[in-house]
Design a protein. Structure first.
Length: 290
């Protein structure tokens, strides 16, 4: 670790110590059926949202928490797996997981790692750098993450608790929690799917963009991409760069969508108060955006 990065980690810990409030746990432990304490919060998903949620809970002295992710350490989220864009699409000035702690921002990490001049010259954040930053964030905050743990079932238990069934390499585990947070990102909406009419094709002929793709095998071939969202264009570009003779994108809309509705969400009034809306209004917003 560089001296600058070590100094930044010390600064993060000093900053957090100065703003600790409350400074003592305040939740009463609740016994679970096997006489061990119940988790206050179980978080499934150790990507950027799951880690930020865990940090926010720890800042509020809700420390009896656990974060699970089915992926191996370093492979959480899309950044080093099926994300294929060279950079993040959001401006470098956006903050988020830092929760307004300056020393915990991506900028602070980037400057410690690459220097202040590199930050000023930077246009968009490389996705590999973002993945490295999240790994550092998890480390410096000592977040309780267990990889290789997949949540498979949630069921009600006695006394208003929730029972979570978790699959691991060693077999099934059972956890009891007061609350469970599903921080599973876009994948939480359901499995990645291939149209039924194409499922008869072999994986060498038809593959989902979230799977591993041998782009080198597409050299000289004509490629069809079903869809015109961000991932469709990313994969189309990868195929062309790998030497595909042509790539055709197919869209259900009469015209390609040009307005990015997610950008409208990125102001504090919406982000801070969205959770205060009732279910019906939140559903209406997300239907309109999606």
């Amino acid at each position: 670790m560089s001296d600058r990065l070590a100094a930044l980690e010390a600064q993060v810990r000093a900053d957090l110590a100065k703003i600790t409030h409350p400074n003592m746990p305040w939740l009463t432990p609740v016994p679970r059926p096997n006489d061990r304490d119940t988790l206050d919060v179980l978080i499934t998903g150790a990507g950027q949202s799951g880690l930020a949620t865990a940090f926010a809970l720890q800042r509020s002295q809700v420390t009896n928490i656990l974060v699970l992710d089915k992926a191996a350490e370093g492979s959480e989220g899309p950044w080093l797996t099926y994300a294929r864009m060279p950079t993040l699409r959001s401006p470098k000035s956006y903050t988020g997981p830092d929760l307004d702690i300056p020393s915990l921002t991506y900028q602070a990490w980037h400057e410690a790692k690459f220097g202040e001049a590199s930050w000023h010259e930077l246009d968009l954040i490389a996705r590999e750098c973002w993945a490295d930053y999240l790994a550092w964030y998890r480390h410096v905050l000592a977040l309780p993450v267990r990889n290789g743990h997949e949540l498979t079932d949630i069921a009600p238990a006695a006394d208003g608790l929730l029972r979570a069934t978790v699959r691991t390499a060693r077999g099934e585990e059972t956890h009891y929690a007061r609350k469970i947070v599903l921080a599973t990102g876009q994948e939480g909406m359901g499995d990645w799917s291939i149209p039924q009419s194409l499922k008869t094709l072999s994986v060498s002929r038809c593959v989902h963009c979230a799977a591993s793709i041998d782009f080198g095998a597409l050299r000289g071939k004509r490629v069809a991409v079903i869809g015109v969202g961000a991932s469709a264009f990313d994969n189309a570009a990868m195929a062309l760069e790998a030497g595909a003779s042509a790539v055709h994108l197919f869209c259900r809309r009469a015209e390609i969508q040009l307005v990015q509705p997610y950008r409208w969400l990125t102001f504090r009034g919406f982000m801070r108060h969205f959770s205060e809306l009732d279910d019906a209004w939140r559903w209406r917003f997300m239907r309109a955006i999606d």
